[in-house]
Design a protein around this ligand. Structure first.
Ligand code: PLP
Length: 462
């Protein structure tokens, strides 16, 4: 009989201690942070599932490559290695390094969009929406209906609704749509993948209308692996072959190397359009840096070049997808409502279903995230009413798994914390906003326990 146990496909060479706190300390920290976990200092977090962004553990090969980093201002060979690595997977003519994904978004929208334009996407990520709206364009989300039903186990809930895309183009006119975007995987919609068939169909519509298609490629490797697992005809292809096919339908992409670049910082913007690339490089020089480094150190470019290839390793991707699902399955089988099926980089708890006594206006996702911290020092993040305001159709709590960082026993601990809160869910209270910034308010918002929601006593009771 073949061995069935799935193990982490790496061993640990450097350790970083994590610190326990008492419940009393955590309650004081919560109050001090206005119940916003972005405002809790990281040394008081035991298991940090706030984000999978830039929290990756780098490999020995990445650290070795960093020593080779050439810090020349112009024409660094580190840039050449970075560009070649990107091109061998993504295939685009122009590769423009940026300090993170949002810098690529800002440059893309500044060059391609103007006031009154409309940008369709399966679901805009928060920084994507903010950058689009900042130049006066309208960010329109067109997810398939299954994406809005957390319990529906559709295999490609990240798909864009192509009927609604056709309808939108007919209604607003092709001239007002400078580009269509697809976010792979759909982060704000549960980390759900987009199928190759959907990418192809969206491309077909774009081709008919003469509209460029751009991919938000942050989790391209996880998306490619889901296609391999779930889409007929792809089981025998490698993740690299699948990724190359995905990108072959696009005119360019934005990328955060803090996700499937397996790096701690970095991003890039790609395009096949020579004229656009020139304008983009001009803007890059204004705020990011010279086109052969774009706000990154040479060593960062090296780490990304190696990381992009490691992210396509099949054994790594298998471990990645299976270990994320492990968390989802262990809480779902006790009744915790999660977005099904489990996403690639995170498990999303449906906070409206978890806390039905807390209305969306009292931020059930923020309340649940605060409660998971109070219970066990676990940090997660709300993706819902706080993040998207009136655009929110769900209130989710995302437990994002940093790549190659936590072991199975860490995740077993997280399962126990979630189930403890599940067992006393009626006592969790809603929250009231006391401060918000004019945009991207979730990073700095502050709260206090709501006056009259829920049957429970004061927030410190538990
Ligand atoms: C993280 C992310 C971005 C933005 O990238 P940053 O590196 O954080 O600026 C854009 N889109 C998606 C889908 C993301 O997950």
């Amino acid at each position: 009989m073949a061995i069935k146990t799935i193990i982490e496909p790496f061993r640990i060479k450097t350790v970083e201690p994590i610190r326990k706190t008492t419940r009393k300390q955590r309650e004081a920290l919560l109050e001090e942070a206005g119940y916003n976990l972005f405002l809790v200092p990281a040394e008081y977090i035991l298991i940090d599932l706030l984000t999978d962004s830039g929290t990756n553990a780098m490999s020995t090969e990445q650290w070795a490559a960093m020593m080779r980093g050439d810090e020349s201002y112009a024409g660094s060979p580190s840039f050449t290695r970075f560009r070649d690595a990107v091109q061998s997977i993504f295939g685009f003519r122009h590769v423009i390094p940026t300090h993170q994904g949002r810098a690529a978004e800002r440059i893309l929208f500044t060059v391609m969009c103007k006031k009154g334009d409309v940008v369709p996407n399966n679901t805009h990520f928060d920084t994507t929406r903010a950058n689009c709206e900042f130049v006066g364009a309208e960010a329109v989300d067109l997810p398939v209906p299954e994406a809005l039903a957390p319990a529906s186990p559709h295999p490609f809930k990240g798909n864009l609704d192509t009927a609604r895309l056709r309808e939108l183009i007919a209604r607003v006119g092709r001239e007002r749509i400078p580009l269509v975007m697809l976010t792979l995987t759909n982060n704000s919609g549960g980390g759900q993948p987009v199928s190759m068939a959907n990418i192809r169909e969206v491309k077909q519509i774009c081709r008919e209308q003469g509209i460029p298609l751009y991919l938000d490629a942050c989790r391209f490797a996880e998306n490619a692996y889901f296609i391999k697992l779930r889409e007929p005809g792809y089981a025998h292809k490698t993740p690299r072959e699948i990724a190359r096919e995905m990108f072959s339908y696009a005119d360019g992409c934005t990328m955060s190397a803090k996700k499937d670049g397996l790096a701690n910082i970095g991003g890039f913007l790609c395009t096949n359009d020579d004229a656009l690339a020139q304008q983009e490089k001009d803007l890059l020089i204004l705020t990011e840096g010279f086109p052969t480094y774009g706000g990154l150190a040479g060593r960062d470019l090296e780490a990304i070049a190696v990381g992009l290839n490691e992210a396509l390793d099949e054994e790594y991707l298998h471990y990645r997808i299976v270990s994320t699902a492990y968390l989802g399955e262990h809480i779902a089988r006790e009744g915790v409502p999660i977005v099904q099926p489990p996403g690639g980089h995170a498990i999303y708890i449906d906070a409206r279903a978890f806390l039905p006594h807390i209305p969306p206006s009292q931020f059930p996702g923020v309340a649940l995230a605060a409660e998971l911290y109070r219970e066990g020092g676990v940090r997660s993040v709300e993706i819902g009413t706080l993040m998207f305001g009136e655009h929110a159709t769900m209130d989710l709590v995302r437990l994002a798994i940093p790549r190659r960082v936590y072991t199975q026993s860490h995740i077993d601990y997280v399962v126990e914390v979630v189930l403890e809160v599940w067992n006393r869910r009626e006592q969790v209270r809603g929250l009231e906003l006391t401060y918000q910034a004019p945009f991207l308010r979730h990073f700095t918002a502050r709260f206090r326990p709501a006056e009259a929601a829920g049957p429970a006593g004061p927030a410190s009771a538990s």
